[in-house]
Design a protein around this ligand. Sequence first.
Ligand code: F6R
Length: 369
Amino acid sequence: EKGGYDYFMLKEIAEQPKAVADTLLGRVDAAGSLTLDEVRISTSELREMDKVVIVACGTAFHAGLIAKYAIEHWTRIPCEVELASEFRYRDPILDPRTLVIAISQSGETMDTLMALRHAREQGSKVLAICNTNGSTIPRESDAVLYTHAGPEVAVASTKAFLTQLVACYLVALYLAQVRGTKWADEIQAVVRELSRSSQDVDRVLDTMEPVRELARSLAGKRTVLFLGRHVGYPVALEGALKLKELAYMHAEGFAAGELKHGPIALIEEDLPVVVVVPSPRGRSVLHDKIVSNIQEIRARGARTIVIAEEGDEAVAPYADHLIRIPATPTLLQPLVATVPLQVFACELATARGNEVDQPRNLAKSVTVE
Ligand code: F6R
Protein backbone atom coordinates (compact mmCIF):
# COMPACT_ATOMS: atom_id res chain seq x y z
CA GLU A 1 0.00 0.00 0.00
CA LYS A 2 3.03 2.28 0.31
CA GLY A 3 3.53 1.75 -3.41
CA GLY A 4 7.18 0.76 -3.07
CA TYR A 5 8.10 3.68 -0.82
CA ASP A 6 9.53 3.18 2.67
CA TYR A 7 7.02 5.60 4.18
CA PHE A 8 3.60 6.95 3.34
CA MET A 9 5.07 10.41 3.63
CA LEU A 10 7.52 9.73 0.77
CA LYS A 11 4.69 8.35 -1.34
CA GLU A 12 2.51 11.35 -0.57
CA ILE A 13 5.32 13.81 -1.38
CA ALA A 14 5.77 12.02 -4.72
CA GLU A 15 2.04 12.17 -5.44
CA GLN A 16 1.97 15.96 -5.27
CA PRO A 17 2.13 16.73 -9.01
CA LYS A 18 -0.91 14.53 -9.57
CA ALA A 19 -2.73 15.86 -6.50
CA VAL A 20 -2.27 19.43 -7.72
CA ALA A 21 -3.50 18.52 -11.21
CA ASP A 22 -6.49 16.59 -9.79
CA THR A 23 -7.58 19.52 -7.66
CA LEU A 24 -7.67 21.73 -10.78
CA LEU A 25 -9.47 19.15 -12.90
CA GLY A 26 -12.87 20.04 -14.29
CA ARG A 27 -13.07 23.39 -12.60
CA VAL A 28 -12.60 25.65 -15.60
CA ASP A 29 -15.13 25.52 -18.43
CA ALA A 30 -14.47 26.00 -22.14
CA ALA A 31 -15.07 29.74 -21.86
CA GLY A 32 -12.39 30.03 -19.19
CA SER A 33 -14.79 30.59 -16.32
CA LEU A 34 -14.39 28.81 -13.04
CA THR A 35 -17.22 26.52 -12.13
CA LEU A 36 -17.07 25.60 -8.49
CA ASP A 37 -20.31 23.69 -8.40
CA GLU A 38 -19.94 22.58 -4.81
CA VAL A 39 -20.13 26.23 -3.79
CA ARG A 40 -23.71 26.69 -2.68
CA ILE A 41 -23.53 30.32 -1.67
CA SER A 42 -25.26 32.47 -4.27
CA THR A 43 -23.21 34.80 -6.43
CA SER A 44 -25.29 37.73 -5.21
CA GLU A 45 -24.34 36.85 -1.63
CA LEU A 46 -20.70 36.53 -2.63
CA ARG A 47 -20.83 39.96 -4.29
CA GLU A 48 -22.02 41.46 -0.98
CA MET A 49 -19.20 40.03 1.13
CA ASP A 50 -17.03 42.75 2.59
CA LYS A 51 -14.59 40.60 4.55
CA VAL A 52 -13.03 37.16 4.37
CA VAL A 53 -11.89 35.36 7.51
CA ILE A 54 -9.90 32.16 7.23
CA VAL A 55 -9.76 29.73 10.17
CA ALA A 56 -7.54 26.65 10.32
CA CYS A 57 -4.87 24.86 12.36
CA GLY A 58 -1.27 23.84 11.77
CA THR A 59 -0.35 23.26 8.15
CA ALA A 60 -3.83 24.26 6.98
CA PHE A 61 -3.33 27.58 8.81
CA HIS A 62 -0.18 28.13 6.77
CA ALA A 63 -2.18 27.54 3.60
CA GLY A 64 -4.59 30.19 4.90
CA LEU A 65 -1.78 32.67 5.46
CA ILE A 66 -0.74 32.25 1.82
CA ALA A 67 -4.36 32.50 0.65
CA LYS A 68 -4.62 35.94 2.23
CA TYR A 69 -2.04 37.31 -0.25
CA ALA A 70 -3.95 35.88 -3.22
CA ILE A 71 -7.41 36.88 -1.99
CA GLU A 72 -6.49 40.46 -1.21
CA HIS A 73 -4.47 40.87 -4.41
CA TRP A 74 -7.05 39.39 -6.76
CA THR A 75 -10.30 40.46 -5.11
CA ARG A 76 -9.39 43.55 -3.00
CA ILE A 77 -11.58 42.14 -0.18
CA PRO A 78 -9.90 42.47 3.22
CA CYS A 79 -8.89 39.04 4.51
CA GLU A 80 -7.90 37.92 7.99
CA VAL A 81 -6.39 34.59 8.90
CA GLU A 82 -6.73 33.20 12.39
CA LEU A 83 -5.80 30.07 14.27
CA ALA A 84 -9.08 28.25 14.76
CA SER A 85 -8.24 27.57 18.40
CA GLU A 86 -8.02 31.30 19.14
CA PHE A 87 -10.91 32.46 17.01
CA ARG A 88 -14.12 32.12 18.96
CA TYR A 89 -12.64 32.99 22.33
CA ARG A 90 -12.00 36.60 21.40
CA ASP A 91 -15.57 37.41 20.32
CA PRO A 92 -14.67 38.07 16.66
CA ILE A 93 -16.68 40.55 14.58
CA LEU A 94 -18.81 38.48 12.20
CA ASP A 95 -21.97 39.14 10.23
CA PRO A 96 -23.73 37.88 7.09
CA ARG A 97 -21.31 39.88 4.92
CA THR A 98 -18.31 37.98 6.30
CA LEU A 99 -17.25 34.95 4.30
CA VAL A 100 -15.54 32.47 6.59
CA ILE A 101 -13.26 29.90 4.97
CA ALA A 102 -12.45 26.83 7.08
CA ILE A 103 -9.48 24.83 5.78
CA SER A 104 -9.03 21.26 6.99
CA GLN A 105 -7.53 18.14 5.48
CA SER A 106 -9.38 15.71 7.75
CA GLY A 107 -12.59 17.69 8.12
CA GLU A 108 -12.68 16.52 11.74
CA THR A 109 -10.43 19.00 13.54
CA MET A 110 -12.37 20.09 16.61
CA ASP A 111 -10.81 23.55 16.89
CA THR A 112 -11.77 24.34 13.29
CA LEU A 113 -15.23 22.85 13.71
CA MET A 114 -15.93 24.94 16.81
CA ALA A 115 -14.72 28.07 15.00
CA LEU A 116 -17.04 27.47 12.05
CA ARG A 117 -19.99 26.74 14.32
CA HIS A 118 -19.35 30.02 16.09
CA ALA A 119 -19.21 31.86 12.74
CA ARG A 120 -22.50 30.36 11.56
CA GLU A 121 -24.19 31.25 14.84
CA GLN A 122 -23.24 34.87 14.12
CA GLY A 123 -24.88 34.63 10.70
CA SER A 124 -21.76 34.27 8.56
CA LYS A 125 -21.55 31.86 5.63
CA VAL A 126 -18.87 29.22 5.82
CA LEU A 127 -17.01 27.72 2.89
CA ALA A 128 -15.00 24.61 3.75
CA ILE A 129 -11.85 23.60 1.89
CA CYS A 130 -11.49 19.96 2.79
CA ASN A 131 -9.87 16.74 1.62
CA THR A 132 -12.23 14.22 3.19
CA ASN A 133 -15.59 13.68 1.54
CA GLY A 134 -18.55 13.70 3.87
CA SER A 135 -16.55 14.61 6.97
CA THR A 136 -17.99 16.83 9.69
CA ILE A 137 -16.57 20.22 8.66
CA PRO A 138 -17.96 20.16 5.09
CA ARG A 139 -21.26 18.72 6.36
CA GLU A 140 -21.69 21.66 8.70
CA SER A 141 -20.61 24.31 6.17
CA ASP A 142 -22.70 26.28 3.67
CA ALA A 143 -20.44 25.28 0.84
CA VAL A 144 -17.50 23.01 0.14
CA LEU A 145 -14.59 22.95 -2.20
CA TYR A 146 -12.97 19.55 -1.99
CA THR A 147 -9.26 19.14 -2.54
CA HIS A 148 -8.56 16.00 -4.51
CA ALA A 149 -5.31 15.00 -2.86
CA GLY A 150 -6.51 11.45 -2.19
CA PRO A 151 -6.16 9.89 1.27
CA GLU A 152 -3.28 11.30 3.30
CA VAL A 153 -2.01 8.68 5.74
CA ALA A 154 1.26 10.12 7.07
CA VAL A 155 0.59 12.35 10.07
CA ALA A 156 2.64 15.19 8.58
CA SER A 157 0.62 16.94 5.92
CA THR A 158 2.24 17.29 2.48
CA LYS A 159 0.05 16.73 -0.57
CA ALA A 160 -2.99 18.02 1.30
CA PHE A 161 -1.16 21.31 1.86
CA LEU A 162 -0.34 21.80 -1.83
CA THR A 163 -3.92 21.07 -2.82
CA GLN A 164 -5.22 23.42 -0.12
CA LEU A 165 -3.14 26.12 -1.79
CA VAL A 166 -4.62 25.28 -5.19
CA ALA A 167 -8.14 25.36 -3.73
CA CYS A 168 -7.45 28.72 -2.09
CA TYR A 169 -6.19 30.17 -5.38
CA LEU A 170 -9.35 28.87 -7.07
CA VAL A 171 -11.60 30.42 -4.42
CA ALA A 172 -9.74 33.73 -4.75
CA LEU A 173 -10.16 33.67 -8.54
CA TYR A 174 -13.79 32.66 -8.19
CA LEU A 175 -14.44 35.64 -5.92
CA ALA A 176 -12.66 37.86 -8.47
CA GLN A 177 -14.88 36.39 -11.18
CA VAL A 178 -18.21 36.90 -9.43
CA ARG A 179 -17.24 40.39 -8.33
CA GLY A 180 -15.86 41.28 -11.75
CA THR A 181 -12.51 42.65 -10.60
CA LYS A 182 -9.89 43.30 -13.25
CA TRP A 183 -8.38 39.92 -12.40
CA ALA A 184 -11.46 38.12 -13.70
CA ASP A 185 -9.89 38.37 -17.18
CA GLU A 186 -6.73 36.70 -15.94
CA ILE A 187 -8.38 33.52 -14.70
CA GLN A 188 -7.37 31.40 -17.66
CA ALA A 189 -3.81 32.63 -17.50
CA VAL A 190 -3.54 31.92 -13.78
CA VAL A 191 -5.12 28.48 -14.17
CA ARG A 192 -2.57 27.74 -16.91
CA GLU A 193 0.18 28.76 -14.50
CA LEU A 194 -1.34 26.52 -11.84
CA SER A 195 -1.34 23.57 -14.25
CA ARG A 196 2.28 24.32 -15.03
CA SER A 197 3.03 24.29 -11.29
CA SER A 198 2.10 20.63 -11.25
CA GLN A 199 4.91 19.95 -13.73
CA ASP A 200 7.23 22.25 -11.82
CA VAL A 201 6.63 20.28 -8.62
CA ASP A 202 7.55 17.18 -10.60
CA ARG A 203 10.81 18.80 -11.69
CA VAL A 204 11.61 19.84 -8.13
CA LEU A 205 11.09 16.25 -6.98
CA ASP A 206 13.64 15.08 -9.57
CA THR A 207 16.36 17.26 -8.09
CA MET A 208 16.07 16.44 -4.39
CA GLU A 209 19.15 14.24 -3.87
CA PRO A 210 21.41 17.14 -2.75
CA VAL A 211 18.69 18.22 -0.31
CA ARG A 212 18.57 14.73 1.20
CA GLU A 213 22.36 14.69 1.47
CA LEU A 214 22.32 18.09 3.17
CA ALA A 215 19.59 16.95 5.58
CA ARG A 216 21.64 13.91 6.61
CA SER A 217 24.67 16.10 7.26
CA LEU A 218 22.63 18.22 9.68
CA ALA A 219 21.25 15.35 11.75
CA GLY A 220 23.38 16.33 14.76
CA LYS A 221 22.19 19.96 14.87
CA ARG A 222 19.86 21.25 17.56
CA THR A 223 18.24 24.19 15.80
CA VAL A 224 17.33 25.21 12.27
CA LEU A 225 15.84 28.60 11.43
CA PHE A 226 13.70 29.44 8.40
CA LEU A 227 13.27 32.87 6.84
CA GLY A 228 10.99 34.20 4.15
CA ARG A 229 9.20 37.30 2.95
CA HIS A 230 5.73 37.81 1.46
CA VAL A 231 4.30 34.34 0.63
CA GLY A 232 7.73 32.93 1.47
CA TYR A 233 7.08 33.77 5.12
CA PRO A 234 4.28 31.19 5.61
CA VAL A 235 6.44 28.76 3.62
CA ALA A 236 9.17 29.33 6.22
CA LEU A 237 6.65 28.65 9.01
CA GLU A 238 5.61 25.44 7.28
CA GLY A 239 9.24 24.33 6.84
CA ALA A 240 9.81 24.87 10.57
CA LEU A 241 6.62 23.01 11.55
CA LYS A 242 7.58 20.00 9.40
CA LEU A 243 11.00 19.88 11.05
CA LYS A 244 9.60 20.11 14.58
CA GLU A 245 7.03 17.39 14.13
CA LEU A 246 9.22 14.97 12.18
CA ALA A 247 12.80 15.55 13.35
CA TYR A 248 11.90 16.72 16.89
CA MET A 249 14.33 19.58 16.42
CA HIS A 250 13.94 23.14 17.52
CA ALA A 251 12.89 25.07 14.44
CA GLU A 252 11.42 28.50 13.95
CA GLY A 253 10.19 30.45 10.99
CA PHE A 254 10.54 34.22 10.78
CA ALA A 255 9.60 37.00 8.43
CA ALA A 256 13.04 38.03 7.17
CA GLY A 257 12.28 41.69 7.89
CA GLU A 258 11.78 40.85 11.55
CA LEU A 259 15.33 39.55 11.95
CA LYS A 260 16.73 42.89 13.04
CA HIS A 261 13.93 43.24 15.61
CA GLY A 262 15.19 40.35 17.68
CA PRO A 263 15.81 36.96 16.09
CA ILE A 264 19.17 37.97 14.60
CA ALA A 265 20.54 37.60 18.14
CA LEU A 266 20.10 33.83 17.70
CA ILE A 267 22.55 33.65 14.81
CA GLU A 268 25.78 31.93 15.75
CA GLU A 269 28.61 30.11 14.03
CA ASP A 270 27.39 27.33 11.73
CA LEU A 271 23.69 27.67 12.61
CA PRO A 272 21.71 26.36 9.63
CA VAL A 273 19.30 28.99 8.29
CA VAL A 274 17.00 28.14 5.40
CA VAL A 275 15.98 31.18 3.35
CA VAL A 276 13.10 31.17 0.86
CA VAL A 277 13.97 33.77 -1.76
CA PRO A 278 11.23 35.55 -3.71
CA SER A 279 11.47 35.81 -7.46
CA PRO A 280 13.91 38.47 -8.69
CA ARG A 281 11.37 39.28 -11.43
CA GLY A 282 8.33 41.37 -10.60
CA ARG A 283 8.68 42.30 -6.96
CA SER A 284 12.42 42.87 -7.12
CA VAL A 285 12.37 45.09 -4.00
CA LEU A 286 11.53 42.03 -1.93
CA HIS A 287 14.30 40.10 -3.60
CA ASP A 288 16.92 42.77 -2.94
CA LYS A 289 15.90 42.98 0.70
CA ILE A 290 16.23 39.28 1.27
CA VAL A 291 19.62 39.23 -0.39
CA SER A 292 20.82 41.74 2.20
CA ASN A 293 19.21 39.64 4.97
CA ILE A 294 21.22 36.66 3.73
CA GLN A 295 24.40 38.74 3.76
CA GLU A 296 23.66 39.90 7.32
CA ILE A 297 23.20 36.43 8.76
CA ARG A 298 26.14 35.02 6.85
CA ALA A 299 28.39 37.77 8.18
CA ARG A 300 27.42 36.49 11.64
CA GLY A 301 28.41 32.93 10.85
CA ALA A 302 25.11 31.34 9.75
CA ARG A 303 25.26 28.44 7.34
CA THR A 304 22.90 29.66 4.61
CA ILE A 305 20.64 27.19 2.84
CA VAL A 306 19.04 29.19 0.06
CA ILE A 307 15.97 28.22 -1.94
CA ALA A 308 15.98 30.38 -5.06
CA GLU A 309 14.64 30.44 -8.58
CA GLU A 310 16.65 29.04 -11.45
CA GLY A 311 18.53 31.90 -13.03
CA ASP A 312 18.66 33.97 -9.84
CA GLU A 313 22.41 34.61 -9.81
CA ALA A 314 22.39 37.48 -7.30
CA VAL A 315 21.94 35.18 -4.29
CA ALA A 316 24.45 32.54 -5.35
CA PRO A 317 27.55 34.16 -3.78
CA TYR A 318 25.89 34.16 -0.34
CA ALA A 319 24.52 30.62 -0.39
CA ASP A 320 26.46 27.87 1.37
CA HIS A 321 23.89 25.49 -0.11
CA LEU A 322 21.74 26.49 -3.06
CA ILE A 323 18.46 24.71 -3.78
CA ARG A 324 16.98 25.63 -7.15
CA ILE A 325 13.27 25.83 -7.89
CA PRO A 326 11.62 26.66 -11.24
CA ALA A 327 10.67 30.28 -11.91
CA THR A 328 7.02 30.73 -10.86
CA PRO A 329 4.69 33.73 -10.50
CA THR A 330 5.22 35.20 -7.03
CA LEU A 331 1.86 34.20 -5.56
CA LEU A 332 2.24 30.60 -6.73
CA GLN A 333 5.81 30.13 -5.54
CA PRO A 334 4.77 28.29 -2.34
CA LEU A 335 3.67 25.34 -4.49
CA VAL A 336 7.27 24.70 -5.51
CA ALA A 337 9.18 26.23 -2.59
CA THR A 338 7.53 24.02 0.05
CA VAL A 339 8.55 20.75 -1.58
CA PRO A 340 12.28 20.87 -0.72
CA LEU A 341 11.34 21.68 2.89
CA GLN A 342 9.14 18.57 3.11
CA VAL A 343 11.93 16.40 1.71
CA PHE A 344 14.45 18.07 4.05
CA ALA A 345 12.34 17.36 7.16
CA CYS A 346 11.52 13.81 6.12
CA GLU A 347 15.17 12.92 5.47
CA LEU A 348 16.37 14.56 8.67
CA ALA A 349 13.78 12.60 10.64
CA THR A 350 14.95 9.36 9.03
CA ALA A 351 18.59 10.21 9.73
CA ARG A 352 17.71 10.76 13.40
CA GLY A 353 15.97 7.41 13.53
CA ASN A 354 12.48 8.81 13.98
CA GLU A 355 9.26 7.19 12.90
CA VAL A 356 8.36 9.33 9.88
CA ASP A 357 4.72 8.44 9.38
CA GLN A 358 3.78 8.39 13.07
CA PRO A 359 5.72 11.11 14.92
CA ARG A 360 5.59 10.85 18.70
CA ASN A 361 2.71 12.55 20.52
CA LEU A 362 0.79 13.36 17.32
CA ALA A 363 -2.43 12.09 15.78
CA LYS A 364 -3.61 12.47 12.21
CA SER A 365 -6.83 14.14 13.13
CA VAL A 366 -7.19 16.12 16.30
CA THR A 367 -10.78 15.64 17.42
CA VAL A 368 -10.41 17.30 20.81
CA GLU A 369 -10.17 21.02 21.52
C1 F6R B 1 1.10 19.23 10.19
C2 F6R B 1 -0.22 18.70 10.40
C3 F6R B 1 -1.16 19.42 11.33
C4 F6R B 1 -2.51 19.62 10.65
C5 F6R B 1 -3.52 20.26 11.60
C6 F6R B 1 -4.85 20.53 10.92
O1 F6R B 1 1.83 18.45 9.31
O2 F6R B 1 -0.57 17.70 9.83
O3 F6R B 1 -0.63 20.66 11.72
O4 F6R B 1 -2.32 20.40 9.51
O5 F6R B 1 -3.71 19.44 12.71
O6 F6R B 1 -5.44 19.35 10.47
P1 F6R B 1 -6.63 19.35 9.45
O7 F6R B 1 -6.13 19.95 8.17
O8 F6R B 1 -7.04 17.93 9.28
O9 F6R B 1 -7.71 20.22 10.05
